[in-house]
Design a protein around this ligand. Structure first.
Ligand SMILES: [Fe+2]
Length: 290
């Protein structure tokens, strides 16, 4: 099933009646993105998570996306070579480009890029697709393990992954420099990062009990300032397996919290986003599986 939302700076978020709308028909003169997140692929043998990811990719291709974005936590446990090889092989035959950013489950040592970060990276960087620019960011780049809390380090020892995220001062500086070099935006721009920037809804009990570990991106305010200055329209993020409808804590910057595309999450979610190359209107087709 689908839910459909429109957003523009003038009118904010509006939910549309999906009945007369056909998801196969994208908005005129727009670019269509598929957004998936938090797939948490396990070690081999192949299980339901891999099958579900293949299904989402097929759905995206069937809906005619121009590119796919994965907002992190591709894997459940970082740095198992065989799993990484297998996970990336799922994208080998895709007919459209796929861009990803590392999540906290993808990185063994924060501030030290592992294999997933190397394969998705480098970060920060931007890619342009027919006039749409994506800013790809690494929210596991900072802080290093020894600057994290005792509780987070203990939790990482038990679970195999760290939790919190930040871009860090050098990535923010580099991003600023890249934005200057790119000149004024000539089309729509979107930022892609794993960690959430806001807590838009009251957290589920687990998040409440672990709010120190599940905190928003530590330097999110600095990032938001840079993005708003540049006129970036949208931030796509994952990490919080708790979907909320697209939200705009600032009128000029929409945020989409992915929810989870993984079996076990109920419902599972992914979405297709139509980004017109002129103007600031977006259409979001929220795809929901129970
Ligand atoms: Fe995460």
């Amino acid at each position: 099933m689908e839910r459909v939302y429109d957003w523009s700076r003038e009118e904010g978020v509006k939910e549309l009646d999906p009945t007369p709308l056909d998801p196969k028909l994208e908005l005129r003169d727009s670019l269509r993105l598929g957004h998936i997140s938090d797939t948490h692929l396990g070690k081999k043998p192949v299980g339901p998570r891999e099958r579900e990811l293949r299904r989402w990719l097929e759905t995206f291709i069937g809906l005619g996306v121009d590119a796919i974005v994965h907002t992190g936590d591709l894997l459940e446990i970082p740095d198992d070579e065989e799993t990484i090889e297998y996970a990336f092989s799922l994208f080998d035959d895709l007919s459209v480009p796929l861009y990803g950013v590392p999540g906290n489950h993808d990185v063994q040592q924060p501030a030290t890029p592992g294999e997933v970060t190397r394969r998705w990276g480098p970060f920060p960087r931007s890619v342009t697709l027919r006039g749409l620019r994506l800013w790809l960011l690494d929210s596991m780049a900072w802080p290093p393990a020894d600057a994290r809390s005792e509780r987070e380090r203990q939790s990482a020892q038990d679970s195999g992954f760290y939790s919190r995220g930040a871009l860090g001062p050098s990535q923010l500086d580099e991003l600023k420099q890249l934005m200057e070099e790119a000149g004024a935006a000539k089309g729509p721009e979107i930022a892609v990062v794993h960690h959430h920037l806001r807590q838009p809804v009251p957290p589920k009990p687990w998040f409440e009990q672990n709010s120190d570990l599940m905190a928003p991106l530590n330097d999110g305010d600095d990032l938001v300032e840079l993005l708003r200055e540049r006129g970036v329209q949208l931030i796509l993020h994952g990490h919080r397996h708790q979907y909320v409808i697209p939200y705009a804590p600032f009128d000029d910057l929409l945020m989409i919290n992915a929810g989870s595309s993984t079996p076990g999450a109920s419902p599972r979610r992914a979405r297709v986003i139509d980004v017109p190359l002129m103007g600031d209107h977006l259409r979001i087709w929220e795809l929901i599986r129970f």
